[in-house]
Design a protein around this ligand. Structure first.
Ligand code: ZN
Length: 439
């Protein structure tokens, strides 16, 4: 695979432009009220179709998916609280976080004593609105800043949540790029959060841009991208696609890739899957500071992909993980919290990861008895450029380790060289007939 996939340590020359495009995409998607079902989710996918021609799939409410049932579809038009003077003091049109996601409809006068049981605030972060959901318990509620709540008095209020909850569909988006092989790389992101930027919008837009980028390249693997509602969406997708799961050789859940924090990778349940090693290699060679953590059954949809009866090699690629930044699940996870350069940097790392997946092969040294004479073949002391000696070192490592058992990634790890230089050495050796790919 040629040019467009960057070496680990190189900044993509288009990075700045991509960062702006990714950010503008988030600006457009930010106001939409998404949930695990409903028109906000559909509208979001249709806007992503401007980047990549993904397909919308509709799964009817009531569909049995493993131990779960696809819920009723939720839609909302407006919601507000009016005080005794008829003034709207809380308004969904200002922030869609003001309504507990999946609230049942309600419209009536209400005393303060009852209303306050349905209000949610963050007393320790008094300017921020919390994000709350109630998918599987029929209730209603409002979220507001603690400062807003402190201004409310013991009087009668009028409340309205103009929502519908009824038979409909769970929607998800899917896009597949066919490579020369049917073996697949799965990229998954939950897309069900309303106006929250790092938690979910960042992963959604970076996945779309990655899909767009890969669409133009000749690829070995096939790539399948899914934009799904968290938990129930992953369960639904896995239940409906179970026969094809054996094709998935590598996978990543993308989330929280837009903040300025260091990268954090959570390994798959297997812990030493190729994807785990590839991500670690990319981060080690590109970053001065990053985090790697072992799998835990808590977090995003890797919980489903890595459940014991599924057990796919799927890790979770993040910057600052869920719950590890104060803005998480609050109105402060907004457009000021994510940065174009952070989005573009995440895309760059993902392209580097793809590059290694694509190029990681096992070769056989065809001249294994002592070193071949490299000078005669133009492979020794003839390498120009600043990387000359490093390339020679890589050539010796590839020759020594290519016994038909070690992959290029194995060799890069053992030699502590970057994958790119090891791969370059293998290409030079292939051209001179000293190496062949194993079947
Ligand atoms: Zn979340």
């Amino acid at each position: 695979m040629a040019g467009p996939l960057p070496e680990n340590n190189l900044k993509n020359p288009d990075s700045d432009r991509y960062g702006q495009e990714l950010y503008q995409l988030m600006v457009a998607l930010y106001p939409i009220c998404r949930s695990i079902t409903g028109d906000g989710f559909r509208q979001t996918l249709r806007q992503l179709q401007a980047v990549v021609p993904l397909t919308l799939h509709e799964v009817p409410s009531g569909t049995q998916v493993f131990d779960w049932t696809v819920p009723q579809e939720w839609n909302i038009r407006e919601a507000w609280i009016k005080n005794a003077r008829g003034e709207k003091i809380i308004d969904f049109s200002i922030s869609n976080l003001h309504v507990v996601n999946y609230s049942v409809p309600v419209h009536r006068k209400i005393r303060w004593a009852e209303l306050k049981e349905h209000l949610f605030t963050l007393p320790d972060k008094p300017d921020w609105i919390p994000y709350r959901t109630s998918y599987y318990k029929a209730t209603w509620g409002f979220c507001l800043s603690h400062h807003q709540q402190q201004q409310l008095r013991d009087e009668e209020y009028e409340i309205c949540i103009d929502s519908t909850l009824g038979p409909g569909h769970l929607t998800y988006g899917e896009f597949k790029i066919q490579g020369t092989a049917d073996e697949e790389v799965l990229i998954s992101c939950h897309s069900c959060h309303p106006s929250l930027c790092n938690d979910n919008l960042s992963g959604m837009v970076v996945a779309a841009k990655l899909a767009q980028q890969l669409s133009d390249l000749p690829l070995r693997y096939s790539y399948r991208f899914v934009w799904i509602p968290g938990t129930i969406g992953a369960i639904t997708w896995l239940a409906l696609n179970e026969p094809g799961l054996s094709r998935i050789k590598h996978g990543l859940v993308l989330s929280c890739v837009g903040d300025s924090g260091r990268f954090n990778y959570k390994r798959s349940r297997r812990g030493n899957a190729e994807i785990d090693r590839v991500v670690e290699h990319v981060l080690r060679h590109a970053e001065t500071d990053f985090g790697i953590s072992d799998f835990s059954p808590y977090g995003y949809d890797e919980r489903q992909y890595c459940s014991p009866g599924i057990d796919l090699p799927v890790g979770c690629f993040m910057r600052t993980p869920n719950g590890k930044y104060p803005q998480y699940h609050t109105s402060a996870d907004d457009l000021s919290f994510v940065k174009p350069e952070a989005l573009a940097g995440s895309l760059d790392r993902l392209l580097s990861i793809v590059r290694i997946l694509e190029k990681n092969r096992v070769y056989l040294n065809l001249n294994p008895k002592c070193e071949p004479q490299l000078g005669r073949r133009g492979l020794y002391r003839l390498m120009g450029g600043t990387n000359g000696s490093e390339l020679e070192e890589a050539i010796l490592w590839v020759l020594n380790q290519s016994d038909g058992a070690n992959s290029l990634l194995d060799i890069a790890e053992r030699s502590r060289l970057g994958f790119g230089i090891v791969c370059g050495a293998a290409e030079a050796l292939l051209q001179s007939g000293l190496l062949r790919e194993t079947a």
